[in-house]
Design a protein around this ligand. Sequence first.
Ligand code: CTP
Ligand code: MG
Length: 154
Amino acid sequence: MLELILAAIWFILPAYFANSSPVIIGKLLGKYNIPIHKKIFGAGKTIPGFIGGIIVGTFVGYLQGFIFLGFLLGLGAVTGDLVKSFFKRRLGLKRGAPLPLADQLDFIIGALLFASLVIKIPWSHIVILLILTPALHLATNIIAWKLKLKKEWW
Ligand code: CTP
Ligand code: MG
């Protein structure tokens, strides 16, 4: 079981890195950040965050020896996050307002969908990641909040 869990995390690692890097990029750029489109996605979705996430995902994939898969996982992660924010804005939710489960799973679903274009993802990976990610996401968010990288703890 532990082996399956570790294999799933190793597989999705580029997506985890791609999803957390925009928070740091956003913090570094501060008010100099450039939103993709404030009305459509909200001010929290920025061009440097989106591109940075893809680059970081690709780089992690490169270190793992699967550069193209890393690129797809990174691109899928930031795209999933962006699509989620699109729907949050249409629902009238302000930037940063919580949308449980969607906030935690958006990037995983995006990453899995994009990766599935080129490989067959084992069902065990999908099940494990969908269960494990919300808990891991919450834990890392609380750390980022404690470090004052994020405004909200969720
Ligand atoms: N971020 C970014 N560019 C992205 C995604 C995220 O710069 N494409 C940065 C922003 O500073 C954002 C932070 O990472 O505030 C946290 O991301 P997230 O929780 O996904 O965004 P929220 O601000 O909570 O906005 P939303 O309500 O749309 O989820
Ligand atoms: Mg958020």
